[in-house]
Design a protein around this ligand. Structure first.
Ligand code: ADP
Ligand code: ZN
Length: 515
C-alpha cells in the first residue's frame, strides 16, 4: 500500500487536483494491492486517474487497451504535457516509429503505453522489451455482445490475463448492466475482480413521463415555461427531427435539426452553435450528443420512446451536467412501442432487444418512483423514493401489498430463479397446464397460494416488484425471474411493500387514453 500523502502529492503534481473523487482512492489502493478490478463509473466520473496515477508510481509500464485510435494521440499528448512519459502503438505507425517505442520500453522510459485491441499482436514484443506493471482495459463493455457497443477485436483480450497472470488488470466502463459486468469479467479472465461501482444517481434531473398525445402542444407549453433555456428533443426518425425543427422555428423558437444524414461540415457547425448558445433547441436523432460537452443543457425531451433504458439514461444524462436542476420529459405512446418491436424483432439479438424494450415500456407505465426503477436497472438499490419524479409528486393509490409480495418472492425463490414470469404466475395461481405438471411444480409449497388474484393483476404486481428492485429479469438467460439482494428484507424481515392499486391505475389510464 502506498501512503496517502504520497498519492495526494502525485495527484497534485502530475494532475493538478487537490483531492480524490469518491471511489478513486479505493480503486488506486486496490491496484497497488495487486488486485484485478472492474470500475463502473459514469462518463466524466474520473476513470482515467484510476490507472494513470498508479502508472506514475509503478516500476514498469502500464498497458492501456483503448478502442479509439483517434483519441489516443490526444491522451498521450495530455499526459506528456503533464510530465508523464507516454506513447501509443497502432497500425498507423511506421516500423521505425514502433522500433523507437520498443527501445524506450527496454530502457524503461515509458509509464503508459496505449494500444488498440487490434494491435495485440505486438504485446509479446512489448513484454520482452519491458516490464508490464498494470493492464488497463478502457471501454471494457466493448468485449460483450450484450453491451451496446460490441467490438469483435475486444474478445481476444482474454489472452492478456493468461499471458500475464500475475499482472493486475483494471477494466473500466461507463455503461454495463449486471449481466454485462459478469460477462466482461469472465471474458477478461478476471472472474474475481473487485467491483467498484460509482453511483449513477443524478438527483438534479427531474423525471417525467406523459402520454404521447398532442405532443406539439405539450412541447410548446413546456418551452414557454422555460424561456431561453437550451435543450434537446430526441426523435426516432430523421424526418421527425426536421419537421419538428421547422414547426418550432415557425412558432418563433431558435431550433435546428441534427441527424447522421446531414453533411459532416454542417453537423459540426450545428453542434458548435448549440455549445456556444447560438442555437437553443436541437431536434435530433440519437446520433447527437456523443462527445458533446455542454454543461448547461437545461432539459431533454424524448419525442419518441427510446429502445432501452441504457440509451434513455445516457440521453437524459446530457442535461444538467453542471449539477443545476434540469428537466426531462418522455412521451410514451403505443405506436412507438409497436414500431420499436418491429426493429427489435429484426435485429441480430432479437430476444434480448425485445426484453429490454419491454423494460422500457414498463418504466413508462410505472406506478413506482421512476428513479428507483432506473437505478435498480443498473444494479443500484435505493431505499427512499426520490421525490423528484412525476410518480413521487403525484403518487397513485397505494395499499399494503406485503403479503402479495411475500407470496410472489417466495415462489420465485422456490423455483430457484429458473422460470420466467408466466410460469411464476401459473404456480401462484395453481394452474394445471402441461409445463407445470411436467416439471412437478404442483408440489411447490406456494402452488395455488394466490388463485384469488387474476392473471393480469399478478402481471402488474410482479412488474411493480421488478420496478421496486426486489426482482430482476435475466435478459440473457430466457428472461428468468430472480430475486435481488433486498428481497430477503421482505421475505425474512417483514419489510413492508406498498403496491399501487392496479384497477384504480387502469381507470386513470383509460381516462388518459380517451383524451
Ligand atoms: P471518465 O474517463 O470517467 O469519463 P475522466 O477521467 O476523463 O472521466 O475525468 C473527467 C473529468 O473529471 C476530467 O475533466 C478530469 O480532469 C476531472 N477529474 C478527474 N478526477 C478528478 C479529481 N480527483 N479532482 C478534480 N477533477 C477531476
Ligand atoms: Zn421518484
Amino acid at each position: 500500500m502506498v501512503e496517502e500523502a504520497q498519492l495526494l502529492g502525485i495527484l497534485k503534481e502530475y494532475f493538478g487536483y487537490d483531492s480524490f473523487r469518491p471511489l478513486q482512492k479505493k480503486i488506486v489502493d486496490a491496484v497497488f494491492a495487486g488486485k484485478d478490478n472492474l470500475v463502473i463509473m459514469p462518463t466524466g466520473g474520473g476513470k482515467s486517474i484510476c490507472y494513470q496515477l498508479p502508472a506514475v508510481l509503478l516500476p514498469g509500464v502500464t498497458l492501456v487497451v483503448s478502442p479509439l485510435i483517434a483519441l489516443m494521440k490526444d491522451q498521450v499528448d495530455g499526459l506528456t504535457a503533464n510530465g508523464i512519459p507516454a506513447a501509443f502503438l497502432n497500425s498507423t505507425q511506421t516500423e521505425t516509429e514502433q522500433q523507437e517505442i520498443f527501445s524506450k520500453l527496454q530502457t524503461n522510459e515509458l509509464k503508459l503505453l496505449y494500444v488498440a485491441p487490434e494491435s495485440l499482436q505486438y504485446i509479446d514484443a512489448v513484454f520482452s522489451s519491458g516490464n508490464i506493471s498494470l493492464i488497463a482495459v478502457d471501454e471494457a463493455h466493448c468485449i460483450s455482445s450484450w453491451g451496446h457497443d460490441f467490438r469483435p477485436a475486444y474478445t481476444q483480450l482474454g489472452y492478456l490475463k493468461n499471458r500475464f497472470p500475475s499482472t493486475p488488470m483494471i477494466a473500466l466502463t461507463a455503461t454495463a448492466d449486471k449481466a454485462t459486468r459478469k460477462d466482461i469479467c469472465e471474458q477478461l479472465n478476471i472472474p474475481y475482480a473487485k467491483k467498484h461501482i460509482a453511483s449513477f444517481d443524478r438527483k438534479n434531473l427531474s423525471l417525467e413521463v406523459r402520454p404521447g398525445t398532442k405532443k406539439f402542444g405539450q412541447i410548446l407549453s413546456f418551452l414557454n415555461q422555460r424561456p431561453n433555456e437550451s435543450g434537446i428533443i430526441y426523435c426516432l426518425s430523421r424526418k421527425n427531427t426536421e419537421d419538428l425543427a421547422v414547426k418550432l422555428q415557425n412558432a418563433g423558437f431558435n431550433a435546428a435539426a441534427y441527424h447522421a444524414g446531414i453533411a459532416h461540415n454542417e453537423r459540426t457547425s450545428i453542434q458548435e452553435n448549440f455549445i456556444n448558445d447560438k442555437t437553443e433547441i436541437i431536434c435530433a436523432t440519437i446520433a447527437f450528443g456523443m462527445g458533446i460537452d455542454k454543461s448547461n443543457v437545461r432539459w431533454v425531451i424524448h419525442y419518441n420512446l427510446p429502445k432501452n433504458l441504457e440509451g434513455y439514461y445516457q440521453e437524459i444524462g446530457r442535461a444538467g451536467r453542471d449539477g443545476l436542476p434540469s428537466s426531462t420529459l418522455l412521451f410514451h405512446s403505443y405506436a412507438d412501442v409497436v414500431q420499436l418491436q418491429k426493429f427489435a424483432g429484426n435485429s441480430g439479438n432479437a430476444e434480448v432487444q425485445l426484453a429490454k424494450l419491454d423494460r422500457m415500456k414498463q418504466y413508462s407505465e410505472a406506478l413506482s418512483c421512476r428513479r428507483k426503477i432506473l437505478l435498480s436497472y443498473f444494479g443500484e438499490l435505493i431505499s427512499e423514493d426520490c421525490g423528484n419524479c412525476d410518480v413521487c409528486m403525484n403518487p397513485p393509490e397505494f395499499f399494503d401489498g406485503t403479503v402479495i409480495a411475500q407470496k410472489a418472492l417466495s415462489t420465485i425463490y422456490r423455483l430457484k430463479g429458473q422460470e420466467p414470469v408466466s410460469v411464476v404466475i401459473d404456480v401462484l395461481r395453481g394452474s394445471q397446464n402441461a409445463v407445470i405438471l411436467e416439471k412437478g411444480y404442483q408440489h411447490v409449497k406456494t402452488y395455488g397460494i394466490a388463485n384469488d388474484i387474476s392473471w393480469r393483476d399478478w402481471q402488474q404486481y410482479i412488474i411493480q416488484l421488478i420496478n421496486l428492485g426486489y426482482v430482476e429479469i435475466a435478459f440473457h438467460d430466457q428472461n428468468k425471474l430472480q430475486l435481488t439482494a433486498i428481497a430477503k428484507n421482505v421475505l425474512f424481515e417483514n419489510e413492508k411493500v406498498r403496491l399501487a392499486d392496479v384497477n384504480l391505475a387502469e381507470v386513470q389510464k383509460e381516462v388518459v387514453e380517451k383524451e
